[in-house]
Design a protein around this ligand. Structure first.
Ligand code: ARG
Length: 456
């Protein structure tokens, strides 16, 4: 029995208790971060004379070998390895002998575990950031390719006004852009060094924390050891970030599910991202999209779980905090799948322009009619009312706005004139909306240019 803390105990822990308390099953993925942090700590110990040059060399060599064993898949966890920190220290001892016992001088697993988690998370954030950018790239490319394609725009899921397909698609670019931007802010708070905080009260050996921070690439050293050993705010922030990002993916999935349904038929996901039915031979189901939407629950659940762990937690480290990692890893693993799958879906999406065209119905030009009168001096409120009467006429005749006769219009207002039919046109309705952020081609081109710049 080789626990790190066995000295004061007469009896072994209960077997079930051991399994209950062990975290090696999931924190093993911190191995690289743990080796990195331990190497920096060994060097810091040498700088203050706790270990001599030979010992420093032995520790660094040993840690490098442990790293190689992990990298080669040769590291064998032992039944008594409680967590990744125990496992690495145990193996280091087997490789270099007694000096391994000096590595933990002044260090606690409390400052160690959160140092490791921060190092690990920093790498994951850099990776997720790239995956986000790839999805944005796919969106921009498709928006560029179909810039002239029009589709119905909806509010309340009712046909509202015509828009460019690119405009709809790029709306997701901006959600993801805010997500990418938020990552920058939170990375700053991940990048704070806990090592040197010890169990809770600091380090008594004069460890040079500025040196440790430089070695490990942290931007700052924590100024309060009691805070930093139990600070998991950076995980809350990351999981909030992930929840919102996943919700954006879920909304994209929701639109795609709707638009690729038989009833809309505006687009279709590629076979590679669909599945069939075991019973109904004709079916092509958008499973990928449904799973993206469905997995939002677990990501938000992970956020809630860490918030609940923190609620009412007494100051500094409590074992409750071990519960932070599974939530974190689960969310990272989920986004690591949902981001590239979303990219693949967008890259291979099949669009059906004729179905979008066919769905552009006359009532979506009603606002144009009101604007027509406004340009002839009618106050908008009155124009709105008059167009309501025109719409009523059309409904009564079972006709579209473009099927009514000019005389029908003139019964409502003498201001309707011959130029009306040219005005009542989807293309022009779209082109008139040339405000910043509007759906006109010129606005879209500006939008695309800025998007390109942001993708660098
Ligand atoms: N496995 C533990 C965790 O994940 C490491 C820290 C243990 N610290 C302690 N004082 N028992 O939180």
């Amino acid at each position: 029995m080789t626990t790190l803390w066995g000295g004061r105990f007469a009896d072994r822990p209960d077997d079930l208790m051991r399994r209950f308390g062990d975290s090696i099953g999931f924190d093993i993925r911190l191995w690289d971060a743990d080796v990195t942090a331990s190497m920096a700590y060994a060097k810091a110990l040498a700088r203050v004379g706790i270990i001599d040059e030979d010992e420093r060399y032995a520790l660094l060599e040993g840690l490098a070998r442990v790293r190689t064993e992990f990298a080669d898949g040769e590291f064998l966890a032992q039944p008594d390895d409680e967590d990744i920190h125990t496992a690495i220290e145990r193996r280091l001892g087997e490789l270099v002998g007694r000096v391994a016992g000096k590595l933990h001088t002044g260090r606690s697993r409390n400052d160690q575990v959160t140092t490791d988690t921060r190092l690990y998370l920093r790498e994951q954030i850099a990776r997720l950031r790239q995956q986000l950018a790839q999805l944005q790239r796919a969106i921009v490319d498709r928006a560029q390719a179909h810039i002239d394609l029009l589709m119905p725009g909806y509010t309340h899921l009712q046909p509202a006004q015509p828009v460019r397909f690119s405009h709809w698609l790029l709306s997701f670019f901006w959600m993801l852009q805010r997500d990418r931007d938020r990552l920058e802010g939170l990375t700053r708070r991940v990048n704070v060094l806990p090592l040197g905080a010890g169990a809770l009260s600091g380090n008594p050996f004069g460890i040079d924390q500025a040196y440790l921070a430089r070695e490990l690439g942290f931007e700052a050293v924590a100024l309060n050891s009691m805070d930093i050993v139990s600070d998991r705010d950076y995980l809350v922030e990351f999981l909030s970030w992930a929840s919102l990002t996943q919700i954006h993916l879920s909304r994209l999935a929701g639109d795609l599910i709707l638009y690729s349904s038989r009833e809309f038929g505006f687009m279709e996901i590629a076979d590679a991202y669909a599945t069939g039915s075991s019973l109904m031979p004709q079916k092509k189901n958008a499973d990928s999209l449904e799973l993206i939407r469905g997995k939002t629950g677990r990501v938000v659940g992970d956020l809630v779980s860490i918030l609940m762990v923190l609620k009412g937690l007494p100051t500094t480290y409590n074992k409750d905090l071990q519960e932070d990692k599974e939530a974190l890893f689960d969310t990272i693993d989920t986004l690591t799948m949902t981001l590239p799958i979303s990219s693949g879906i967008i890259e291979t999406l099949v669009v059906h322009p004729e179905r979008m065209q066919a769905a552009l119905t006359d009532e979506m030009l009603a606002t144009e009619l009101a604007d027509y009168l406004v340009r002839k001096g009618v106050p908008f409120r009155e124009a709105h009312h008059m167009v309501g009467q025109v719409v009523q006429k059309a409904l009564a005749q079972g006709a579209g706005l473009r099927d009514l006769l000019l005389s029908d219009y003139q019964e409502v207002s003498r201001l309707f004139d011959r130029d009306l039919m040219r005005w009542l046109n989807f293309e022009q309705a779209v082109e008139r909306r040339d405000s910043v952020g509007g759906t006109a081609r010129a606005s879209l081109e500006t939008q695309l240019a800025v998007a390109e710049r942001l993708l660098g």
